[in-house]
Design a protein around this ligand. Structure first.
Ligand code: ZN
Length: 358
């Protein structure tokens, strides 16, 4: 382990090569989006892109875009087989991939772009998670396991703020939840470094904390009432993109994923479909912050302002069940050292802590 840490420190200290997206554009309205996308495709020398989307809302956005020379494919799921299918289509006679939609089309497009070495342009239709500009995709492998894998960093992110503001409000709430997780993730990263289990990359950590700062000082109560304002949408987009870049710089999801994400992964495993990824992460952040001795009141206030009632009530699963789930969390990603590894709280201790929090 010591050798690995030394190598990691050496890798950080040596001159690094990272990629950054070339374009980050936010516009208002579908005409402006189409014009911006056309400009970016010209700038990256693409004349025959493959445009992929989900089946419903994002497919409708594609219809409005009418990108010159583009072929269309619907992404059916986020399995390895689907990544390979999209990659095969893209490699046949396309020079770029455009991903329109939310989590799955973006994840599949980034992984297919990695396989084919084609540039990928992301057009998000919702702001639910930090995957929209990260080099990491969530894919279901051949054994049916959900894995986070290295994928292509988008060359451009172009968002129509009117489209993302019109998406169901749960998506934007989830986006805030995913960003909130940066808070406990960064503390966990330092805990891991103190224990000699990891090394903190200063610039990745700085970007991750700036991503959260973009929304931390804002009045988030419109979201609680069910409204995503254009101003909030812009901040949320920027925050999620910065998180993605933090992961690119770190070369892993570490700056934005600590014990709060492990708790969300454990929920996925034991109580699938409990809530959105971001709302589960918000719940995890509440638990992690308490374990880390952080400002639980501030975390609670933010979750309440946004209107994630499920996260505040532990999704009504009860302290007994939640203690088992949180106790299992470290096993969802062995090697990611967090406060749960440092303190090793017993299930009884977790039950008491959770009962007190909810
Ligand atoms: Zn996340």
């Amino acid at each position: 382990m010591a050798d690995e840490i030394n190598q990691l420190v050496a890798a950080i200290a040596s001159k690094r090569q990272i990629e950054l997206p070339r374009f980050l554009r936010s516009v208002e309205g579908s005409d402006a989006l189409a014009a911006e996308l056309a400009e970016v495709m010209t700038a990256i020398d693409s004349g025959s892109p493959l445009m992929v989307s989900g089946a419903s809302q994002s497919a409708a956005v594609c219809n409005d875009l009418a990108v010159a020379g583009a072929a269309r494919e619907i992404v059916r799921d986020n399995t390895r087989a689907e990544v390979e299918r999209i990659a095969a289509v893209a490699a046949r006679d396309h020079d770029a991939v455009i991903a329109v939609g939310g989590g799955r089309p973006i994840d599949v497009a980034k992984s297919a772009a990695m396989l084919t070495e084609l540039p990928v342009v992301v057009v998000p239709t919702q702001l639910s998670a930090d995957g929209l500009a990260s080099p990491i995709s969530v894919i279901i492998n051949a054994d049916g396991e959900v894995v986070s894998e290295r994928s292509a960093l988008p060359v451009a992110v172009i968002a129509d703020l009117e489209t993302v503001a019109a998406a169901p409000i749960g998506f934007a709430r989830a986006g805030v939840g995913d960003l909130l997780g940066n808070r406990s993730a960064l503390i966990d990263w330092r805990i891991a470094a103190d224990a000699g289990e990891d090394a903190v990359d200063d610039f990745a950590a700085l970007l991750s904390s700036c991503a959260l700062l973009l929304i931390e000082g804002l009045d988030l109560t419109p979201l609680g009432r069910g409204e995503l304002t254009i101003e909030l949408a812009r901040r949320l987009l920027d925050g999620l993109v910065l998180s993605g870049l933090a992961m690119e710089i770190a070369g892993s999801s570490r700056p934005c994923s600590g014990s709060e994400h492990l708790i969300s992964h454990a929920l996925d495993r034991f109580e699938p479909g409990t809530a959105t990824h971001g709302e589960q992460v918000a719940f995890g952040t509440l638990i992690s912050t308490q374990l880390q001795g952080g400002d639980v009141a501030a975390v609670r206030e933010m979750i309440a302002a946004v209107g994630m009632k499920g996260a505040l009530s532990g999704f009504d699963l009860g302290a007994d069940r939640l203690a088992e789930i949180v106790g299992f969390a470290p096993a969802t990603r062995p090697g990611r050292f967090t406060v749960l590894d440092r303190d090793r709280p017993s299930v009884t201790a977790l039950r008491g802590l959770i009962a007190q929090l909810l």
